[in-house]
Design a protein around this ligand. Structure first.
Ligand code: AMP
Ligand code: MG
Length: 290
């Protein structure tokens, strides 16, 4: 048995990374930990991730097939990626989500809202981007920005962002009741590692495009962001849509972990290939004779 499958007998990664109910202190989460990793470390992470890729793409294809044959009732999956700049949302999309067929993936990146988006409720643009049946939706940032940057920068009055935690819980409960599995991932990068990654972006012309001077402004408000994250992780940590904190200082672990969370969620759907909607023997005969 490979180390990979050996680990399967243990606790699911979703349990290991799930934020426990109750008060949250981000300082209690180690950004360089590697819980549940089945191999030795960075040296075998490519192998482990490739192995996951094989399983993931099979599971994703079954999900997609169900969406095609039962477009009214097939489930969907939504992966919510949150984290400070450089925490690796883009890296996860490239290396973990990149393991599955892009035809089955619906990617949405949320930037500062446009004038049109601001004229609507904060969930308006989010609802429009939800994955349909059979699809895997990826949110690169999400409705949580509306209680993170919005809270830290006081972009709306406090009474308004305070109401949003309950609104988010209701929204996510509705989503889950409608057949969408919601996987919420906070990519937890340390303050020191963020500085290293920002410096790296400035040291290399091929990385300038990733650098945004505004990232340093957010970095200077690190404690306020940590507090805002802790509040979101605590107040929106429901049994139906729990939060996971992904240690993100080691890129290889972070990518493996999100891929594994997705694999577990897809496997939990226990989907079968949809049955043929035609008579197989008749069609075989027709093809043969053609
Ligand atoms: P990036 O994901 O690095 O391309 O940056 C997107 C930027 O959009 C970040 O600075 C976010 O904080 C910002 N952003 C995303 N959603 C919102 C929102 N609802 N309100 C204000 N800013 C937002
Ligand atoms: Mg950025």
């Amino acid at each position: 048995m490979s180390s990979h499958s050996a680990k399967r007998a243990g606790r699911p990664l979703s349990e290991l990374l799930r934020v426990p109910a109750g008060p949250v202190r981000l300082a209690d989460f180690d950004p360089s930990a590697t819980p549940g990793y089945p191999g030795h470390g960075k040296s075998d992470s490519q192998e482990e991730t490739d192995a996951l890729g094989v399983e993931l793409s099979d599971l994703q294809e079954v999900l997609y097939a169900n969406g095609r044959s039962e477009p009214e009732t097939a489930p969907g999956v939504l992966v919510v990626l949150q984290g400070m700049d450089t925490s690796g949302k883009g890296g996860v999309i490239r290396h973990a989500i990149g393991l599955v067929d892009p035809q089955g993936v619906q990617l949405a990146a949320f930037k500062a809202p446009t004038a049109e988006e601001r004229a609507h409720d904060f969930l308006w643009r989010i609802r429009k981007a939800l994955p349909g049946p059979g699809m895997i939706g990826i949110f690169d940032r999400s409705h949580y920005e509306d209680v993170l940057v919005v809270r830290v920068e006081s972009l709306v009055p406090e009474a308004e962002w305070r109401r949003r935690y309950d609104q988010i819980n209701e929204f996510e409960a509705e989503l889950v009741a409608g057949g969408t599995t919601v996987i919420k991932c906070m990519l937890n990068v340390s303050f020191e590692e963020q500085r290293r990654r920002l410096a790296e972006r400035l040291a290399e012309p091929s990385k300038y495009w990733k650098y945004n001077p505004g990232d340093v402004d957010a970095r200077l408000k690190w404690p306020a962001y940590q507090e805002a994250y802790a509040a979101a992780l605590e107040l929106c940590n429901t049994p139906d849509a729990p939060w996971h904190v992904i240690p993100a200082d080691r890129k290889w672990y972070r990518n493996w972990a999100v891929a594994e969370l997705l694999r577990e969620a897809l496997a939990d759907l226990k989907l079968d290939w949809p049955p043929a909607e035609f008579d197989v023997a008749t069609e075989q005969a027709r093809v043969e004779a053609s």
